[in-house]
Design a protein around this ligand. Structure first.
Ligand SMILES: Cc1cc2nc3c(=O)[nH]c(=O)nc-3n(C[C@H](O)[C@H](O)[C@H](O)COP(=O)(O)OP(=O)(O)OC[C@H]3O[C@@H](n4cnc5c(N)ncnc54)[C@H](O)[C@@H]3O)c2cc1C
Length: 503
């Protein structure tokens, strides 16, 4: 028997990616006959269904669920992702890859890039991308999983997935239903609040069915049915630093082997994504409606596609920012209901995942201890702000002056937290990972360097290594990385051999 204080009824509102991920994780970890987990969704309302590119932390989520990866890739029409190729961001005509893997190896306790910068002072040297195995592999269309071989760069390979959002939600749904989650179809048209506590007591469907619970997880998408419409929590608007507010998305036919990376090409009032799956390519154009019409955005999207469009384009409106509280009373929010930042670094599904993990760590009993809730909210805010700063970096560190949109971004006032990071990097090339944030030093370096930010000098301790030793080490790394690349299979061959989709 569960103690009286334990939560027995959990209601998830919404069956998009967020709702079904929450249902899958809770059903895996909360296993007790007395606990009921129900999910309500409305087919008539539907889902956003465009989140298709992920970051490596999703591997932990898959491990938590105990998924077999090849089966997961096969069933979601997925491909592997080593990073993101950015085109035309710092300057028109330039490109760089933000990979998930390291540059070279740390030497004498310092990041590799300091030594590479010192090396560049000695004469022409290979670009730093040649010392990042994932960038080399992405460019060459190669992929393999890491191997357990000490000191080999092949052991450092880090990857994520590009998958079909609707197949992913279906996969999560099957997982959750097999573990006892009850699904209710219907549109919620009323939310009852408790007159004394202000907590949500129940939701009522159009057909009159009433569903009570003790803990509600609001995954109802942008509308925030419980957190906003019922609890009036408030939304913090970040569109001053992330001005894009619309996206038009449409898939197209594949025209070749899928690349093991997502592509983000800057446009005159935003940017365009290209996410290759096994049997088709996802595309979308994220833009700011102050600078571009919907018709023009669609035209640019279709001109930038590889193959023939499939289906109808989907227009989405959003406002970058987050709820003032992502946990309010007995309602926890995940996904678009909690907040949204454009998918430039594929972070939304990740934020759902960390929200679920944080909820489990701070899982309430019926007392809903306020300090736990405050802690949850503070950590969520910190995480969102760190992601925001990383995204803003892409817009701010640019020399593009070819459109009013870029003139705005290049000169906008940015958060102090980001200003400080840029100032430190500009002076002596130092990058930091703050507070266990999602993007580490290599990521901050990749974007700052990739977008043309040039530091005045490198770390002074990188000058301690004798010239001959530096020369030798750099050439050893370059040679070893090249050999490892040669040994890697093609991405397509890897998929064909291990996890080919039936589509
Ligand atoms: C343009 C764009 C591109 C994106 N690309 C990426 C990406 O590449 N990578 C990434 O990680 N993320 C991406 N995302 C984010 C990602 O799509 C979302 O985080 C993810 O899909 C979660 O959505 P959701 O489940 O919160 O909301 P939704 O998909 O909107 O689901 C909401 C659910 O609530 C239900 N619902 C709503 N109201 C009611 C009601 N009254 N009664 C009953 N049910 C109701 C709906 O039926 C639906 O089931 C992108 C988002 C956008 C907008």
């Amino acid at each position: 028997m569960l103690p009286e204080t334990n939560i027995r009824k959990i209601l998830i509102v919404g069956g998009g990616t967020a709702g079904w991920m929450a249902a899958a994780a809770l059903s895996r970890l909360i296993k007790h006959d007395d606990v009921d987990i129900t999910l309500i969704e409305s087919e008539a309302i539907g889902t956003v269904g465009v989140g298709e590119s992920t970051i490596p932390h999703i591997l932990y989520f898959n491990r938590l669920l105990g998924l077999t990866e090849d089966d997961f890739v096969h069933k979601t029409n997925a491909t592997f992702k080593l990073g993101i190729k950015f085109k035309d961001w710092g300057h028109l005509g330039e490109r760089y890859i933000h990979s998930f893997g390291p540059y070279g190896v740390p030497m004498d306790g310092l990041h590799f890039h300091h030594f590479w910068m010192r090396h560049t002072k000695t004469g022409p040297v290979p670009p730093i991308d040649d010392y990042n195995l994932q960038i080399l592999a992405a460019d060459a269309g190669k992929f393999q999983r890491p191997i357990n071989l000490a000191n080999s760069p092949l052991s450092t390979l880090t990857y994520a997935f590009q998958f079909d959002a609707s197949l992913y939600a279906k996969f999560m749904r099957e997982f959750a239903e097999a573990r006892g989650v009850k699904r209710v179809e219907g549109r919620i048209n009323d939310v009852s609040l408790n007159a004394e506590t202000g907590h949500v007591d129940a939701v009522t469907l159009e057909n009159g069915e009433r569903h009570e619970a003790e803990l509600f997880i609001d995954c109802s998408g942008f509308r925030g049915l419980l957190i906003e419409q019922a609890l009036k929590t408030g939304y913090e608007d970040w569109s001053d630093v992330l001005p894009c507010n619309r996206a038009v998305a449409q898939a197209c036919e594949s025209t070749g082997a899928p690349t093991p990376y997502t592509q983000a090409t800057a446009k005159s009032a935003g940017w365009q994504w290209r996410i290759p799956l096994q049997s088709r390519t996802g595309n979308g154009h994220v833009y700011c409606s102050d600078y571009m019409s919907d018709d023009e955005a669609l035209k640019i999207l279709q001109e930038g596609m590889d193959g023939r469009p499939i289906g109808e384009p989907k227009l989405l409106r959003f406002k970058s920012g987050m709820r003032k509280k992502t946990w309010n009373k007995n309602v926890v929010t995940l996904g678009l209901a909690a907040g949204f930042m454009e998918p430039l670094e594929s972070t939304s599904i990740h934020l759902v995942q960390t929200g679920i993990a944080r909820l489990l760590t701070n899982f309430p009993d019926k007392s809903f201890n306020q300090p736990d809730i405050d802690y949850y909210n503070a950590r969520t805010r910190l995480e969102y702000e760190q992601v925001r700063d990383f995204l803003v970096l892409h817009y701010y560190v640019t020399e593009r002056d070819d459109s009013p949109f870029w003139n705005y971004c290049r000169t906008m006032d940015i958060p102090k937290s980001l200003k400080d990071r840029i100032a430190i990097y500009k002076e002596n090339a130092r990058v930091y990972r703050h507070d266990n944030e999602v993007f580490g030093e290599a990521s901050w370096f990749a974007v700052m360097h990739g977008q043309g930010l040039t530091p005045k000098r490198h770390h002074p301790l990188a000058n301690m290594m004798p010239d001959t030793e530096l020369e030798q080490r750099m050439s050893d790394i370059h040679r070893t990385w090249g050999k490892c690349l040669e040994s890697m299979p093609d991405h397509q061959a890897f998929i064909d051999a291990n996890c080919k989709s039936d589509l």
